[in-house]
Design a protein. Structure first.
Lengths: 277, 300
């Protein structure tokens, strides 16, 4: 073992855990008896009918293969490929998230720079922040009168807070020395904001953005279950109504994978703006 | 008498003492710095050296009093007054070269990018930073190298006044010596007016034309202005041989050890507090060698 690097050993362990987990899952599913083995009484009480049960991993993998080999088919409102559903979800998440960033980052800058703005806005932030984003849904539906836009609004409202608070915190925490460097070089307010404060606060801001995208991806699934129509959240709920648990498990896995990729994108961004003092 | 290049007039700084009253750090401090002069200010912690420095830089406002440079009152920071901070204050997300060039670009907005970079490289080379090093981030540099970058950044802008706030305070003794030599070399080439804070008497004697001695706070004042009567160019190993070296050094040790306490805490009653000039001269005059070893302390 000593010849393997730390990463190689960790990978090996991951693969072992995966196979053990899948094996235990597969074994834990009781096999259905063939009709021929049933007693007459069992047949009469409906024992021969196909019973709904949690599918074994082999079935899920087969389903995944089937779905992923043709992800973008569109056969009517209730039968769209997984790629289309995820595409809708990502589109909603990104549009709500982008709007939130456009509001939260400039506002966070203002709050971080001005103690008055901080004190004035803090009570509102503290009251609005703990509200579950889905609690906004009825109000959004009534005011906006559009389920699609309401889902985007819910994403907007849930991703705004971590970005706002982290931006304000990062901007307020920029070292006085660096601001003094900007002042002694006669940089204007805008130049100081972009060349000194933004890069200095960027790691904190991006951390807030990373938290926000994670929350947005959590919330979109629930929001789409409510508004329906399209999206991965709707897909999960639709397959539950179809009692197709194989598709439910497959889509749960897909939600996890897409969430992981979104997070990885922001981790890359975080590395790009990081600096050592 | 004509006004000096930099004149500090009746500078007073008070802070609230936390019990409803005010605490006066220094009061009616009045002194001048001539063009091209290297002035060092020495004093114990808490006497307000850094506050004076921040006021000169325009980063802080005095309670009362004015600072005039070239006849104009100083208000707010300016590119005419370059600052080297004790903790280097390099921007950690920029490379060494960019840390210098952003200052040069701010000073000369009309210069082309190539010209800004060439100018920056030239000044980095003056402090011994050349080659790959200039593309490293400050976190990948040693403390001494970081302070070199900071010095290059300040000199590259040709400020009318260069303010050095304990620039070598965080460096080990050997590195400090090397950078002091480099500072002297650059300063000799540019003839910049320099105002520097330090805690180190030997460093002050090596670098300064004149040393301002401050009494302890509260009510600190610039009590004496000691001329360093040792000819330039100076060299750390040779100046200790100079007959004036130890008399000057002893005078300052005495001041900081004893008299700075005795003179402390005296309110000025509104009068301007100019430092007394002290000149210590023990070199044998060439024509009157018999009269060697005499001390002249002249209070003007």
């Amino acid at each position: 073992m000593s010849t393997l690097s730390l990463n190689q050993r960790a990978l090996l362990l991951s693969v072992v855990l995966l196979f053990v987990g899948l094996f235990v899952w597969e074994m834990a599913i009781p096999a259905q008896k063939a009709v021929g083995e049933l007693t007459e009484y069992e047949r009469l009480t409906g024992g021969g009918a196909q019973k709904a049960g949690v599918p074994p991993p082999s079935q899920v993998l087969a389903k995944a293969w089937e779905e992923l080999s043709n992800p973008f088919y569109d056969a009517g409102p209730n039968d769209k490929g997984i790629g289309i559903q995820i595409g809708y979800s990502i589109y909603r998440v990104l549009s709500g998230y982008l709007m939130a960033a456009l509001v939260a980052i400039p506002l966070g800058f203002l709050i971080g720079m001005s103690p008055v703005a901080y004190k004035a806005l803090n009570p509102f932030i503290q009251v609005l922040r703990p509200i579950s984003p889905l609690a906004w849904m009825p109000l959004a539906l009534f005011i906006i009168q559009d389920s699609e836009a309401s889902a985007i609004f819910v994403i907007f409202i849930c991703s705004i807070w971590p970005m706002l608070i982290n931006t304000a915190f990062g901007v307020a925490g920029v070292r006085k020395d660096w601001v003094n460097v900007a002042r002694t070089h006669e940089l204007g307010h805008l130049k100081t904001a972009f060349t000194v404060i933004l890069p200095a606060a960027a790691p904190t801001i991006v951390t807030g953005m990373r938290i926000s995208i994670g929350i947005a991806w959590l919330v979109i699934v629930a929001a789409e279950m409510l508004v329906g129509g399209t999206g991965i959240g709707y897909y999960v709920w639709n397959e539950w109504n179809n009692l197709d648990l194989t598709s439910v498990i497959f889509s749960i896995l897909m939600i996890g994978i897409v969430g992981m990729m979104l997070d990885a994108a922001f981790a890359t961004l975080q590395r790009a703006v990081a600096y050592a003092e | 008498m004509s006004k000096p290049f930099l004149s500090i007039e009746n500078l007073t700084q008070c802070y609230p003492d936390g019990q409803g009253g005010t605490m006066t750090v220094f009061e009616n401090a009045t002194f001048g710095v001539e063009k091209g002069e290297f002035v060092v200010i020495l004093g114990h912690s808490g006497c307000g050296k850094s506050t004076i420095m921040n006021i000169l830089a325009g980063l802080a406002e005095p309670t009362s009093g004015v600072v005039k440079m070239d006849g104009y009152e100083v208000s707010g920071p300016s590119l005419d007054r370059g600052v080297v901070f004790q903790n280097y204050s390099l921007l950690p997300w920029l490379s060494t070269l960019k840390n210098v060039s952003f200052g040069v670009a701010a000073r000369h907005p009309d210069w082309s990018k190539a010209k800004v970079l060439d100018h920056s490289r030239e000044y980095l080379a003056m402090v011994g930073l050349e080659g790959d090093v200039i593309h490293r981030k400050p976190s990948q540099l040693s403390g001494g190298m970081r302070q070199r970058v900071s010095i290059a950044r300040a000199f590259a802008n040709h400020p009318k006044l260069l303010l050095l706030d304990e620039p070598f305070g965080a460096l080990d003794a050997l590195t400090r010596g090397t950078i002091q030599d480099e500072l002297l070399k650059i300063w000799g080439g540019t003839g910049q007016t320099v105002f520097m804070i330090t805690h180190d008497i030997d460093e002050a004697i090596l670098l300064a034309d004149r040393i301002l001695l401050m009494t302890n706070g509260p009510f600190a004042r610039v009590a004496e202005s000691v001329e360093i009567t040792i000819p330039r160019p100076r060299n750390r190993t040779e100046i200790v041989e100079h007959p004036n070296y130890y008399p000057i050094r002893n005078h300052m040790v005495q001041f900081l050890g004893k008299r700075s306490k005795e003179l402390a805490g005296q309110a000025s009653d509104g009068a301007a507090q100019s430092p007394a000039t002290v000149r210590i001269e023990r070199t044998p005059p060439e024509d009157e060698s018999g009269e060697a070893r005499r001390l002249r302390a002249v209070n003007l």
